[in-house]
Design a protein around this ligand. Sequence first.
Ligand code: CAA
Length: 386
Amino acid sequence: MSWEDGISFGLSEEVIAVRETARKFALDEVLPLAGKIDQEHWFPSEIVKKLGNLGFMGACIPSKYNGSELSQVAYCLIIEELAAACASTSIIVSAHHSLCSIPILDYGTEDQKERFLKPLASGEKLGCFALSEPGSGSDAASMTCKAEKKGDRFIINGTKNWITNGPQANTAVLFATIDTTAGHKGVTAFVHDLNMPGISRGKSEDKLGIRGSGTCSLTYDNVELRAENVLGEVGRGFKVAMTTLNGGRTGVAAQAVGIARAALRDALQYSKERKAFGRVINEFQSIQNYLAEMVNQVDAARYLTISAAAKKDAGLEYAREAAQAKLFASEAAMFCANKGIQIHGGYGYVTEYPAERHLRDAKITEIYEGTSEIQKFVIASNLVKE
Ligand code: CAA
């Protein structure tokens, strides 16, 4: 057993086997390409295809819809293993699975599951989640993207922003409002093919980190969707968004654990090789303090993440726990990435070593799927209610 194995008790043999498969794949096929993916802003489509063949693109989807029927705990461990190799790859899977496939599973009709979910779960198609807008991020209910009802059709007009997988995706879960004065009660969810007249994709964003994952805006210009594209009920889409984000936040937490782990793994290795004042640097107490604090952060973040995922698997309320896991794990990733650079000294500041990439990748986990400030709001408001 090594510190990287993480939780070593209470996991079923099946979950441990899934983690082993994910780790082997991540180490053999993803880690060697992580630097190239980052530096060349390279979307790893071959890796995504192989992840489909492994069943990971439909991890928690039932087998009748081409999925692997795994638990949320197993899924979080897959995301952690991928993120410990390449944060970009992990968010491609996480946005596709947590934010697009799961709401179709949870709220979709049988017809929507046949048409949209099956090719997503097999990895044949890629999914995205279109909630944020240029003027609406944390205040998601203030969206202005309009769904105007005309007979059995909805005419969509507006722009959605920061869409992970937007440049490559085939399918979107979209949120638009039927009444901009109704706040969250106007929000309606849709699922649709992205290859439709009237939809245009903006330029791929040039990001600080997770540079292999594509992000762009989606503009809808008189796009005609039909009643059969409505996901759940008209006017009940905010609930779809919020419950989907609860699951998504456990995925981002797992991603952050993976990034924190990568930062520690690389710093630990460096500390065993680098000599100063005639000794390897991990014999100095300052470096030992950093390493001790880092492993504590990794383990604590993982326990929060797996405990939130286990609550989801048990069918219990877990919005607070998901927010706690994301808040803590994203801060742990920033802490570990920052200390990782410090341990590397000057070598941590240049692209020759992956230490600087971990810091750039870590930052987004404090922002997407709800900022740290929003997680604190979710935690505190649930605490008060409880
Ligand atoms: N789980 C379940 N239900 C929830 C919920 C949660 N976490 N949060 C709110 N709700 C429900 C409330 O219970 C309420 O339900 P009723 O109408 O039945 O009473 C309803 O939603 C409205 O709740 P609020 O009055 O609290 O709503 P609000 O407008 O004040 O906003 C908010 C609440 C928590 C701030 C919400 O707007 C929010 O989560 N904002 C952050 C959005 C976000 O995470 N965006 C990320 C976009 S995705 C992304 O990052 C891109 C990507 O591709 C990765």
